[in-house]
Design a protein around this ligand. Sequence first.
Ligand SMILES: Cc1cc2nc3c(=O)[nH]c(=O)nc-3n(C[C@H](O)[C@H](O)[C@H](O)COP(=O)(O)OP(=O)(O)OC[C@H]3O[C@@H](n4cnc5c(N)ncnc54)[C@H](O)[C@@H]3O)c2cc1C
Length: 448
Amino acid sequence: MKPLVLFWHRRDLRTHDNVGLAAAVSSGHPVAGFFCFDRSILDHLPVDDRRIGFIHSELQRVSQEYQAAGGTLLTQYGSPLEMLQSTVKELAESGWSVVAIHTNRDYAPYPVKRDSEVASWCNQEGLTFQTHDDHVILPPEAVLKDDGLPYTVFTPYSRKWHKTLEAAERRPLEEAKVTLKGHTAPLTKKSGHLPSLSDMGFDGQVATPSQWQAFAKRKPDPDVLVKYAERRDTPSVVGTSRMSLHLRFGTVSVRSLAKQGFQKSEKWLTELIWREFYQAILHHFPHSASDAFRAKYDRIPWRHDDAHFSAWCAGKTGYPMVDAGMRELNATGFMHNRVRMVVASFLCKHLLLDWRLGERYFAEKLLDFELASNVGGWQWASGSGCDAAPYFRVFNPESQLKKFDPKGAYVQKWVPEWGTPAYPEPIVEHKMARQRAIDTYKAALAGA
Ligand SMILES: Cc1cc2nc3c(=O)[nH]c(=O)nc-3n(C[C@H](O)[C@H](O)[C@H](O)COP(=O)(O)OP(=O)(O)OC[C@H]3O[C@@H](n4cnc5c(N)ncnc54)[C@H](O)[C@@H]3O)c2cc1C
């Protein structure tokens, strides 16, 4: 039997600058790539989910990269543990003995559980299971307070993040070089070919690049980075990098982006650190995926109002900035960060609807949906998160419009009937809704 190492791709759909793949290659044994479309996730997605189209299209590219180096990307559809088991068995039947599986860590609750099950099976089978940190510059346990506890406030976390990186002489920013050529296995595959989207029950149309137009570029525009601090809050211009989808699926390396942040925009680098902060929060406090980070916020008696929720989803609340944001989301799978804050605050405060409803709606619609940042953003808006906005600070959607879209360019793009009789009246009156939110929060938090 010839020894073989598998590299399991998950949030890292690339063969360059990849810590785990570089480690697999340096093991000295031939390497094959592995990816599993996880049915426990896919079975809950609509047939036209654009993220699956994106993943599928990226896997074709990754597969070609393996092929160009004389290797193979094995792709399966099912439960990752079962698919790894059957792949290892099938490879053994064709003379390859898998000696190790390498993969990059994913810090969210479900992947942590999945990986620990895979690790136990590998242990029983005498296979090495090795995980690596690739998805972030500094993993959750690398940035802790002096007493060893996790940070729950961003500013000191960010300070420690910089201090830790400098103490490591910025080595975590270095490219993890991968040379696949000469290190791959010439597998003769029986199974493991890329399943088609329709094989998995999805609409094939979702795999066209126009579906993720908002994220068309793979490199941040240098001009956007240089002007980031002044333009990041203007939704009518492309003043942010649009890297979130690529960071989510690892189609770009966070190391290459962070280096650009150091060179071109400290403010932008800070956003990448926010991303790592939220990854760390979810990792250390997994309950926050579904419960309020600060438990007393789960005492808020959220309203139940299907009509208001539907109006919010459809972008028909009568508040132009909210409606433009929701329509941008529904049409493109993207929403500008400033507008995400406005629509989220509107749902939790003006409509007094449970933040989890909004979080799940974003999870369905955002191409860049990422549990840690989404939950972090929603709990920030609802006031229940770590380092969140105080509950009594209620965004005024009209003032936000005047400040961040003074000429109405963003609103006009997404709400063409704005200013005509066809545009709906506000579904709630601002003054009343603001006071209702403050009174309700105050009473609930006081334990009344
Ligand atoms: C309610 C709400 C929900 C959100 N849900 C998500 C989500 O599911 N996935 C997601 O990636 N981001 C989420 N964000 C954060 C932010 O809105 C997006 O990352 C950003 O709009 C993506 O656009 P960009 O790539 O042009 O960002 P840029 O402004 O160019 O920022 C660069 C990168 O930094 C990271 N980043 C920026 N802002 C934040 C932030 N506030 N929190 C964490 N990371 C940040 C992202 O990875 C982003 O790609 C959410 C924010 C809010 C308020």
